[in-house]
Design a protein around this ligand. Structure first.
Ligand code: ZN
Ligand code: ZN
Length: 287
């Protein structure tokens, strides 16, 4: 069994549940994942608990995970790796980070943010998911850095890894890892049906859709819900099932049917008559 310890950062909130989970993996030396916000007391506590540190990793550059990383790496004198973070060495998809008996593989899991990384330990089946999967509730997708299309792809990628246990960025450890990932996929599918359903009766603004879809939720989740509905609409627009009318950001959305290129028959985005490659080919033919 992989030795994993958790220290909770003192930053509870709507997005962070009880706070950010800082994970200490292995020992002598250990790997520390997500030092969290730059709170000196927390960083000192992690340093004490972690002992010698071989590497510091960051799942993504949100303020509840990353700002403590540079000061923490300096404090313990360890290299810092992330997909996108000033002061960190660039970590790429598939790269491995080893320290002591621990051997983690970086898995690019964009969607919550475009830089999001999960870390997988194949021997034990441990998957550190940052905010891609959290211990309670659902991950928040905030466009444009958040993207539902890439997020769903990342969830499927994590299902393929077949993890046995999930160590999330917030909330409790998830022992039924596969079920949790499938539940996340099902939840998004259900939400998409609700968004399409809301458009059936005619043009709807996001605020109107939130009223209906989140009717049984407290009113203070509405701003977050609106971002989430937008993420769904952008995915549906990309696939041709919805479009925004007018230019205003808060303008109404309508249902639509995917269009195909009049020259090659491939699907096109939005109202275009020709796909990008046919448009280009025709322009070039005209000289
Ligand atoms: Zn986040
Ligand atoms: Zn977070």
């Amino acid at each position: 069994m992989l030795p994993v310890r958790r220290l909770l950062a003192p930053n509870p909130g709507v997005y962070t549940l009880e706070g950010t989970n800082t994970w200490i993996v292995g020992s002598e030396p250990s790997i520390v994942i997500d030092p969290g916000p730059d709170v000196p007391e927390h960083l000192a506590a992690v340093a004490r608990e972690a002992g010698p540190v071989g590497a510091v990793l960051v799942t993504h550059d949100h303020p509840d995970h990353a700002p403590g990383a540079v000061p923490f790496a300096e404090l313990v004198g360890a290299p810092l790796y992330a997909y996108r973070l000033a002061g960190a060495e660039r970590l790429r998809a598939g790269e491995r980070v080893r320290a002591g008996a621990v051997d983690l593989t970086a898995v690019h899991t964009p969607g919550h943010t475009s830089d999001h990384m999960a870390f997988f330990e194949p021997g034990s089946g441990a998957l550190f998911t940052g905010d891609a999967v959290i211990g309670r509730g659902t991950s928040f997708i905030d466009p444009p850095d958040g993207n539902l299309v890439t997020y769903l792809r990342s969830l499927k990628r994590m299902v393929e890894l077949d993890p046995r246990i999930i160590y999330p960025g917030h909330g409790p450890v998830v022992l039924r890892a596969r079920e949790k990932l499938l539940e996340y996929l099902a939840h998004r599918e259900e939400r998409e049906k609700q968004v399409l359903g809301a458009l059936e009766g005619g043009p709807r603004t996001i605020a109107e859709m939130v009223e209906v879809i989140y009717a049984d939720h407290p009113k203070d989740v509405r701003p977050l819900a609106a971002r989430s509905v937008l993420a769904h609409l952008l995915k549906l627009a990309d696939e041709g099932w919805a479009e925004r009318t007018g230019k205003a950001d808060d303008g109404p959305w309508v249902a639509s049917t995917p269009r195909t290129c009049q020259r090659c028959g491939r699907r096109v985005k939005g109202r275009a008559r020709y796909c990008n490659s046919c448009s280009l080919a025709m322009l070039q033919a005209e000289g």
